[in-house]
Design a protein around this ligand. Structure first.
Ligand code: SAM
Ligand code: SF4
Length: 327
């Protein structure tokens, strides 16, 4: 599948729920309203969507949310999708999770073919972690990370850096990650949906994060590229650190991905509102066109780049929260 700008689309991020058991301060408001369950794609519909993309040449599938591990049936869904790994049609199924439910699910996920998981971890101080996530328990996440590592799943940590909360923890987080043999990516906050705080107060440019890390390590640019926004570096002590800089650097030229929300909206770009309603197609009894051909026809609408701006008074340039689009 090749878009209008010659980019091969080989990566799908599929959100299986918009719900979450945490309320990270940069992601969603405490009083977040979730979609009624009937609006979400059911497991058969999610399978139909994933399989249509696999049929169109997508090689990598990431399951996300909301929190994917809070939806009942997620392990069975991974087991179902693993047929595409066995057939060789998919290279990998990965997941992005907050880690709170990972301890009890890690072994089953590994059994069904998951080899890599991204875990969000924004603080190593239990009280600060609880504040940022508004109720999360750090020890559960750490137990989840250790359980995944113990069954051979490679972990990458994702840390959203917030000016007034965890900027002073970036070196400590990287040291903690490297001691466990785990890579870590630092992420700039994106203006996706309204939250209580101003995005301007939350935002830290990655240059500031890099300056802090360079006081501790020499960062050597790495050739690793994933087709996504992360740029990776090795430290002089052998650790891996990534920077995800949607705002201060443009990364769209090599973008290889699309996203499908838990309600079946195909989003061509995290930072744009255009998309197509796959749920309407799936639920249309009169539909004759195969889902894959509808997707292939629409893919030329993938835009060249995002429209993010952290401008004064802007909170929510794109009205979808990250938990809706799927991180
Ligand atoms: N609940 C899972 C988790 O937290 O990993 C998966 C979904 S979450 C929406 C995916 C990623 O998006 C997380 O790493 C989270 O930190 C990040 N994220 C959420 N809102 C964001 C925002 N406004 N700007 C940047 N990253 C954000
Ligand atoms: Fe939930 Fe993930 Fe959003 Fe945090 S970042 S509120 S864990 S969906």
């Amino acid at each position: 599948m090749i878009d209008a700008y010659g980019r091969t689309i080989s990566y799908l991020r599929l959100s299986v729920t918009d719900r979450c058991n945490l309320r990270c301060a940069y992601c969603m408001p405490v009083a977040m309203r979730f979609q009624p369950r009937a609006e979400l794609l059911d497991w058969d519909e999610l399978d139909a969507v994933a399989s249509a993309f696999v049929g169109l040449g997508v090689r990598r599938l990431r399951l996300t949310g909301g929190e994917p591990l809070v939806r009942k049936g997620i392990v069975e869904f991974v087991e179902r999708l693993s047929r595409h790994l066995r057939s060789g049609a998919l290279d990998e199924i990965t997941m992005t999770t907050n880690g709170t439910e990972l301890e009890r699910n890690a072994a089953a996920l590994a059994k069904h073919g998951i080899r890599r998981i991204n875990v969000s971890l924004d603080s190593l101080d239990p009280a600060q972690f609880e504040r940022i996530t508004r109720g999360g328990q750090l020890d559960r996440v750490i137990a989840g990370i250790d359980a995944a590592l113990a069954v051979g799943i490679a972990i990458k940590l994702n840390t959203v850096v917030l000016r007034n909360d965890n900027l002073d923890e970036v070196v400590g987080l990287a040291q903690w990650a490297h001691r466990r043999g785990v890579a870590i990516s630092f992420i700039e906050v994106m203006p996706l949906g309204d939250v209580e705080q101003s995005r301007i107060d939350q935002h830290v440019p990655m240059t500031a994060v890099r300056d802090l890390l360079e006081q501790r390590w020499t960062l050597i640019p790495s050739a690793t590229r994933t087709g996504g926004p992360a740029r990776y570096f090795s430290t002089n002590e052998g650790g891996t650190i990534g920077f995800i800089t949607p705002l201060s650097e443009n990364f769209c030229g090599g973008c290889n991905r699309v996203r499908v929300t838990a309600t079946g909206q195909l989003c061509f770009c995290l930072g744009q509102n255009d998309g197509i309603d796959l749920r309407a197609l799936l639920r249309d009894p009169e539909r004759t066109q195969p889902l894959g051909s509808a997707i292939a026809e629409a893919i030329h609408r993938k835009p060249l780049g995002h429209d993010f701006r952290i401008a004064a008074a802007v909170t929510g340039t794109v009205d979808r929260h990250m938990s809706v689009t799927g991180g």
